[in-house]
Design a protein. Structure first.
Ligand code: ATP
Ligand code: MG
Length: 290
């Protein structure tokens, strides 16, 4: 059975006359990392909220279709079950921090406290999460004294400590500087290595290509396609949807350097490999560049 399924999902915010999500269907296997891309207003955050059950649980409005987690309908789960199943990381770590706790450690423990996890287990889980995300050394720090990257990793640790099967991250690095971005992407890679199913809404296509098994392209609330990064970024019509391929793919396209499958490369490593191969076969791409 698929781990996460969307079936004809539709959603309209209260007072709005356009659908933020328009008949979206897909299924995702356990452990997959799914990128969510699309121009501003295309529905990425709305889809994230629907996957985490906040639509229709928290946001009212008109809702149709369903999200199934392990075959169970998210809209019918109680809040407790839902937050053990799926965790949501927001764009801005400031919005995730409760503001009620004096240390990073207590902040990470907050969710576990709320669901009544026994004290010893709570300590073990908080420590594990903080160590995994390399923030245990900041455990005594005041949450708002942390750097953006540390604060976002603290937020992710709080989500991870809940041991969800699914983590949804809505542009988790968009407020961070390059160092913070790097730290958080390493943290996401760690989560992925733990078999967690990941949804990652993100504008940086190089990161999406490097991280994701498949990518969902949204436009005006509709799912245009959900495919491997190579197939999606090799499409000729991306500009129609207001997105661009990774810079390596654009370069390879200009120079018509394709892999054996006819697709353009999407990561630096792959692009380099194909360019080197071309050089060996005398295609002269690198000479042309020089
Ligand atoms: N709280 C809200 N109330 C009414 N309409 C909303 C609300 N939030 C989003 N929308 C609308 O729903 C549509 C989808 O918005 P959404 O925030 O999901 O897009 P997005 O892809 O996440 O955009 P961005 O890249 O700017 O984060 C847009 O038309 C937006 O104006
Ligand atoms: Mg958004």
């Amino acid at each position: 059975m698929a781990h996460v399924t969307a079936l004809h999902l539709k959603y309209k915010y209260p007072g709005s006359d356009t659908l933020a999500l328009h008949d979206i269907s897909f299924s995702v296997e356990r452990g997959e990392c799914i990128g969510i891309i699309g121009e501003n207003g295309s529905g990425k955050s709305s889809l994230c909220q629907a996957l985490a059950g906040l639509i229709p649980g928290f946001y009212k409005g008109a809702y149709g279709g369903k999200v199934l987690l392990d075959g169970q309908e998210a809209a019918h789960m109680d809040a407790d079950t839902l937050c053990r199943k799926v965790g949501l990381v927001f764009q801005n770590p400031f919005n995730q921090v409760t503001g009620a706790k004096l240390t990073a450690y207590e902040e990470v423990a907050f969710g576990l406290e709320n669901i009544g996890v026994p004290r010893e287990e709570m300590h073990a889980r908080v420590r594990e999460a903080m160590e995994l995300l390399h923030i245990y050394e900041y455990r005594e720090h005041y949450p708002f004294d942390l750097s953006g990257g540390q604060m976002q990793r603290m937020a992710i640790a709080g989500v991870f400590a809940m041991r969800p099967e699914i983590i949804v991250l809505d542009e988790p690095v968009s407020q961070l500087d390059p160092q913070g971005r790097k730290e958080v992407f390493e943290a996401i890679r760690t989560l992925s290595g733990h078999g967690i199913t990941i949804f990652l809404a993100e504008h940086n296509m190089e990161q999406i290509a490097a991280f994701c098994d498949r990518v969902a392209l949204l436009h005006e609330g509709r799912l245009i396609c959900m495919d491997t990064p190579a197939r999606l970024f090799s499409r000729d019509d991306l500009e129609t949807y207001g997105v661009e391929a990774p810079v390596f793919t654009k370069l390879a396209r200009v120079l018509q350097v394709r892999g054996q499958d006819g697709l353009f490369p999407v990561t630096l490593e792959e692009t380099k490999r194909l360019f080197m191969e071309k050089r060996q076969t005398g295609a002269g791409v690198l000479e042309w560049l020089e």
